[in-house]
Design a protein around this ligand. Structure first.
Ligand code: ATP
Length: 265
């Protein structure tokens, strides 16, 4: 190392393993425009341009600040950190949903983000959501038919609920169905953001087993969860991030123990 504090944090590759995700000196910044100049719609913006006024005040939130690591085939990586440390931002960046300010994310294959707000339609029945969700993941109608029963069984909803609109589901039921849909297909890179948080202990055990299977077929799995138990059950490796920087990257027990000691959680 040169000792230059602005030098990018380098990624080191293990040549004996297949890299699936490379995050290289990644910076993500959100820009939030202040409210003092009125709402930011097109009319007010045009008015400002006509009157030669400046843009409303803008605040930058540096959510990820120079993060680097490599995920290899078969890795199940837990991402931990306190509220606002940048976990969800990192997953969205890996999914390609946020442009890097600097640095880059390279994935070998298609990333799929399964989040608490994964796009299921509240007014449609569970049944319709399964069909639409599977089609959206690229399955053919024939494949959807083959997978349908397995998804319903895995979600394990109470009798009859699959025919009800999803707005009648509890948050736990919704997250079970979301997970069941996502897990019905193997993914190159599967990103799970708190989607299992509302499941009960039995469902979490079932999910842990499923994630293990997916790890076998998938490239890599990432899991953001506040319950360290889920991370311990499901992950072989953990990234601890704080204020958008990497505090520790290592095997699950070592990192979770260090995190618990540092934060008292
Ligand atoms: N859409 C957004 N616009 C502006 N700032 C944002 C946006 N989303 C997140 N942030 C900010 O970016 C930082 C990281 O947020 P992020 O949601 O990634 O954290 P997190 O670790 O997932 O938090 P939590 O554990 O509370 O879910 C925080 O300071 C947050 O306020």
């Amino acid at each position: 190392m040169s000792g230059d504090s602005t030098a990018p944090s380098a990624v080191t590759l293990d040549p004996s393993r297949e890299p699936i995700v490379v995050v290289d000196d990644l910076y993500i910044t959100y820009r939030v425009y202040g409210g003092s100049a009125g709402k930011g719609n097109a009319v007010t913006a045009l008015g400002r341009v006509v009157r030669g006024k400046k843009r409303p005040s803008m605040k930058e939130v540096r959510a990820i600040q120079g993060l680097s690591f490599v995920a290899y085939r078969g890795d199940a990586i837990g991402v931990i950190g306190t509220n606002g440390s940048g976990k969800s931002t990192l997953l969205k960046a890996i999914a390609g949903l946020l442009p890097p300010e600097r640095g880059g994310v390279y994935t070998n294959g298609q990333p799929s983000l399964l989040g608490v707000n994964a796009a299921l339609m509240n007014d449609l029945t569970g049944e319709r959501n399964i069909v639409l969700g599977c089609l959206a993941m690229g399955m053919t109608p024939e494949q959807v038919k083959q997978k349908y029963d397995e998804i319903v069984k895995f979600a394990g909803l109470k009798e009859g609920f699959i025919q009800l609109p999803m707005r009648a589901y509890s948050s736990g039921m919704g997250s079970r169905l979301r997970f069941a849909i996502a897990a019905s297909k193997s993914h190159d890179v599967l990103l799970i953001d708190e989607a299992l948080a509302t499941g009960d202990a039995k469902f979490r055990r079932k999910s842990a087993k499923k994630i293990d299977e997916l790890r076998g077929e998938a490239g890599a799995v990432f899991l953001v969860a506040h319950q360290l138990d889920s991370i311990k059950e499901m992950c072989n490796r953990v990234l601890w991030i704080d204020e958008g920087t990497l505090v520790m990257d290592g095997d699950t027990d070592t990192v979770v123990d260090a995190y618990t000691e540092a934060t008292g959680k």
